[in-house]
Design a protein around this ligand. Structure first.
Ligand SMILES: [Zn+2]
Length: 479
């Protein structure tokens, strides 16, 4: 039997605020254990939480960017469960009246405008972190993360394949980074994702049995875990015994590349949600919504579309550039100075990206202004220097912060483009390589490449290669 895949995602992201969700402790990764704690986030009796306004603003900004309906009356709730990383024995979250509902994210950058609906966006607090050190019969706990503002984004079961889930997550991550909601660093746990997946016979309305998959530490892992589940569930449903799937939570194991059922005692219990009595309902005013709306800049998918339409660069280039806001800003700053956009994008995507990768840096940390970059491109475009020299100058500018024109003069890299000198060099090359001349004339056309190479070598790489080729051809065909 053929099946349709139905996937829904639940994304948790830590928000980039200065302080925690309900107290004044610093929200910072990497501090020494339990150095960023206070009686509120340690759950001491008698303490009172206070809502972090910046966290509400960032959550609202995300909800607006995802085209959600905003709830003006927000209620925080206690989600009760017992676990040693959470000293209050409840987590403050939102349940019945979340911040926002009914949104959608349309992938305008792809041709099919694939739309994923957002069920809800709500705020909550993160819990502490347990450290199970090897060879010890006890665990350690670090409460620095307890109370860090979290945003939960839940999609409708709209996603039709593991690959589509991967694309959605990538799009969402870029939005969160553009709006400076989160650094989305998955290694540090600031972006986490769980997935629900079920299969149903093609054409059937009713959804199949849902399996929740957890413990995926990268978008790639999400895709692999979902691909594994599609195969596992298909085999079970199509098996000779027609095994009925059970609704369960499974954990992804990166090493074996498989999912395993979570032990039943780790299964989620009834959370007995109840309204948080220590917090008043949070009212979101129209004025606050309007003010927040004004801070939403052009989002990545819209930017990709604009890059394709107005700069006429290929969709692939636009996608690579727009994936990093600062890189996209740099591209536009250079284009505004005049060079042809496709040339700018080529140089960024090959040279600049490989330098960034080598040096493990972001574009902002590189010693390169849009002005110097434009100048290098102009020197190459006007054939003052060869493309190879341009690449050398780019690296020198980054290393020394020097001016491209000065560096070209200093290194003597000015391209030789006067016909007289080039012709002289070409004649010499022909005289020194009679064998290649003979080969060329007997039909071995690739001998020309060798001769061009000989002139380039003699000119120390400064000869204009196109002109050399033309001159050599003229001389070879003349006799
Ligand atoms: Zn605190």
């Amino acid at each position: 039997m053929e099946f349709e895949v139905v996937i829904g995602l639940e994304v948790h992201t830590e928000m980039l605020t200065a302080s925690k969700m309900f107290c004044g402790c610093a929200n910072r990764f990497g501090g020494s254990p339990n150095s960023q704690t206070c009686p509120v986030c340690l759950g001491f009796p008698g303490t009172l939480p206070v809502i972090n306004e910046k966290a509400v603003e960032l959550a609202l900004k995300t909800a607006l960017a995802l085209n959600c309906k905003i709830n003006k009356d927000n209620i925080f709730a206690r989600k009760n469960y017992f676990y040693p990383d959470m000293p209050k024995n409840y987590q403050i979250s939102q349940f019945e009246e979340p911040l926002a509902v009914n949104g959608c994210l349309t992938d305008t950058a792809t041709t099919n405008n694939n739309k994923i609906h957002i069920r809800r966006v709500h705020m909550e607090e993160d819990v502490g972190k347990l450290i199970h050190a090897e060879g010890r019969d006890y665990s350690l706990v670090d409460f620095n993360r307890a109370g860090v503002p979290l945003l939960e984004i839940v999609t409708q079961p709209d996603i039709k394949s593991p690959a589509a889930a991967y694309i959605f997550l990538t799009n969402l991550k870029t939005i969160l980074q553009y709006l400076e909601i989160s650094d989305c660093n998955m290694e540090e746990g600031s972006l986490r994702c769980d997935a629900n997946i079920s299969l149903k016979p093609v054409g059937q309305e009713e959804l199949g049995t849902k399996v929740e998959v957890k413990n995926m530490n990268s978008f790639r892992a999400v895709r692999l875990a979902l691909e594994y589940e599609v195969i596992r569930q298909t085999l079970l449903l199509n098996g000779p015994e027609k095994v009925n799937l059970v609704q369960e939570t499974r954990l992804w194991d990166e090493t074996s590349g498989k999912t395993f059922p979570m032990r039943s005692k780790e299964e989620a219990q009834d959370y007995r949600y109840l309204p948080e009595p220590d917090l008043l309902p949070l009212k979101i005013s129209d004025q606050f919504i309007e003010k927040t709306k004004d801070t939403i800049i052009e989002l990545p998918l819209a930017r990709i579309k604009r890059f394709i339409d107005s700069h006429q660069i290929p969709a692939y280039d636009a996608g690579v550039l727009a994936a990093d806001k600062n890189l996209a800003d740099f591209f536009e700053a250079v284009v505004r100075l005049g060079p042809e956009p496709k040339m700018v994008s080529n140089w960024i995507m090959t040279e600049v990206l490989s330098i960034l990768k080598e040096e493990k840096k972001a574009i902002g940390e590189l010693n390169l202004t849009p002005e110097s970059f434009r100048e290098i491109l102009m020197l190459v475009g006007e054939k003052t220097i060869t493309a190879a020299s341009g690449k050398e100058i780019l690296r020198l500018v980054i290393q020394t912060g020097g001016n491209p024109k000065d560096l070209v003069a200093e290194k003597g890299l000015t391209q030789i483009s006067d016909t007289e000198s080039l012709e002289k060099m070409a004649r010499e090359a022909l005289a020194q390589n009679p064998k290649s001349v003979e080969d060329y004339r007997s039909g071995k056309k690739n001998a020309l490449g060798f001769l061009v190479g000989a002139v380039m070598k003699q000119s120390l790489g400064k000869a204009n290669p196109k002109m050399i080729q033309d001159i050599l051809l003229q001389l070879l065909d003349a006799v």
